[in-house]
Design a protein around this ligand. Structure first.
Ligand code: SF4
Length: 464
């Protein structure tokens, strides 16, 4: 039986990295649960409300998008539309070239990762420097983020100190405060030199045309303070209908992402600076990016567009904790990535068709998702799609499940298996002649077989 690419990647992950991913995700998850249940009588109610708000958005994009465009324009922003990642990159380049701009400072934005903006700009002679500490480290290492909120969850401080030394950012020192101070010193000059500041947006209010940015480092604020031009790259699903909806979503986002009551910086940006204001960008451009989102909207998994990129489903997922982010071969790892990445891949869906199978379907992701996305259901729908479309990776690893499906759909075979199952209790499994099975069995203790009793129990219950 062939293994899936995600299994192969997970198998190469060193044990110490796996342990640090596990510890870090577990600690955040536990803190998040405690915070939510200590502070809200019924966090589930809040979650369902948040899910309804976002579901309303994705079902009404046709009216909400023109409405937010009008509002943004009234606020003085220029609005652009990009169907593909290439269109979005070209739009950024056009804005920069029109002003002879050569340097950009970038706050963390998943959309820019998705469309590989930094590489594109680099090819056109433009420096696009990441300013989020984690993303900065990923950039100098020419690496990829492995978590949507904590991009360097796979690195330890010794590796980071080595990278800083290599880049001429001081002699080796793995004290986290020193690392942070050195990055700050380096970046401060860059903010002042930059022509353009680029951000994403966590939410855009249709009611007021405000962009909402949440960060813990304040780097997005710095990215907007000095440069004359602000460009915001925004996925078309990032809208909220009213300002008051932000009360629900911001409360859940901070708690779900980093187990904080509120992120350190929550910025509301209403447009470029007015003549009476002393600082801020003179021009503001908002580029709404589709890049496959309308295809997702038309698919059987449209609910995934409710996602607010909090990363809580990654932190709780037993597969992500074992495999870490790179194994997902996409900007979006974990349960959200297992649904979103194959769909956003469009024609390349078959290349990522193993991802929906990278789940134990335990339902933990659904339980923690602040916008109540039924991720396990969506994974099942995608497995079905992979099978329907004959995607080779959707079939990898299926023989045991194929045998299981056959057995479970034939009452006689099922009864025979239940009867035979009892024999497992007496089999000398340590002597299995198949090496792979023996190695598997050596690491696990098979529980005693207790199956086959339900019908007996039901019959007796009916009699009594
Ligand atoms: S799917 Fe839900 S839990 Fe996962 S990142 Fe998105 S909002 Fe967070």
């Amino acid at each position: 039986m062939a293994s899936q690419p995600i299994d192969q990647a997970a198998a190469t992950l060193p044990a110490d990295k796996r342990a640090s991913v596990y510890q870090s995700t577990k600690a955040t998850h536990e803190k998040r649960t405690k915070l939510l249940f200590d502070q809200f009588n019924d966090p589930d109610l809040l979650r369902r409300r948040a899910g309804e708000i976002k579901q309303h958005v994705i079902e009404n994009l046709d009216t909400l998008l023109p409405a937010v465009e009008a509002k943004l324009k009234a606020n003085g922003a220029q609005v652009h539309w990009a169907s593909t990642g290439d269109d979005a990159c070209a739009a950024v380049l056009r804005i920069m070239q029109a002003r002879g701009a050569k340097k950009m400072v970038k706050a963390k934005t998943m959309v820019s990762e998705e469309i590989e903006l930094a590489h594109y700009l680099e090819k056109h002679g433009i420096e696009a420097l990441e300013t989020d500490l984690g993303e900065f480290i990923v950039q100098i290492d020419q690496d990829h983020p492995s978590h949507i909120v904590r991009p360097i969850i796979h690195k330890n401080r010794r590796e980071i100190a080595t990278s800083f030394e290599r880049e001429g950012l001081g002699a080796y020192n793995d004290d986290p405060e020193t690392i942070t101070r050195r990055a700050r010193q380096f970046l401060r000059h860059k903010y002042l030199q930059a022509d353009v500041g680029l951000t994403g947006a966590n939410f855009v209010s249709v009611e007021s045309g405000r962009l909402v940015l949440v960060t813990n480092e304040g780097n997005s604020r710095f990215s907007l303070a000095a440069p004359k031009v602000h460009i915001a790259l925004v996925g078309i699903e990032k809208l909220v209908p009213r300002d008051r909806d932000l009360g629900v979503l911001l409360n859940l986002l901070a708690r779900s992402a980093t187990a904080q009551q509120l992120t350190v910086y929550t910025e509301f940006i209403s447009g470029p600076k007015h003549a009476t204001q002393p600082d801020g960008p003179e021009e503001m451009h908002v580029i709404f990016v589709d890049n496959g989102r309308t295809d997702v909207l038309a698919s059987e998994c449209r609910e995934i567009l409710r996602c607010i990129r909090c990363g809580a489903c990654l932190n709780v997922c037993p597969i992500y904790r074992q495999a870490s982010g790179h194994a997902y071969r996409s900007v979006y790892p974990g349960p959200v990535g297992a649904v979103l990445s194959p769909l956003l891949a469009g024609k390349k869906f078959p290349e990522l068709a193993d991802l929906p199978k990278a789940s134990s379907l335990c339902g933990a992701c659904n339980e923690v998702c602040p916008v109540n996305i039924p991720i396990p259901d969506l994974l099942l729908r995608l497995r079905e799609k992979g099978k329907r479309e004959g995607a080779p990776l959707a079939a990898v690893g299926t023989p045991p499940m194929g045998a299981w499906a056959l057995m479970a759909s034939q009452p006689t075979a099922w009864k025979a298996a239940l009867f035979g199952g009892k024999a497992l209790n007496y089999l000398p499994t340590k002597l299995i002649p198949v090496p792979a099975l023996r190695a598997w069995e050596e690491k696990r203790a098979l529980p005693a077989w207790r199956g086959g009793e339900f019908r007996k129990w039901m019959k007796q219950r009916r009699k009594s």
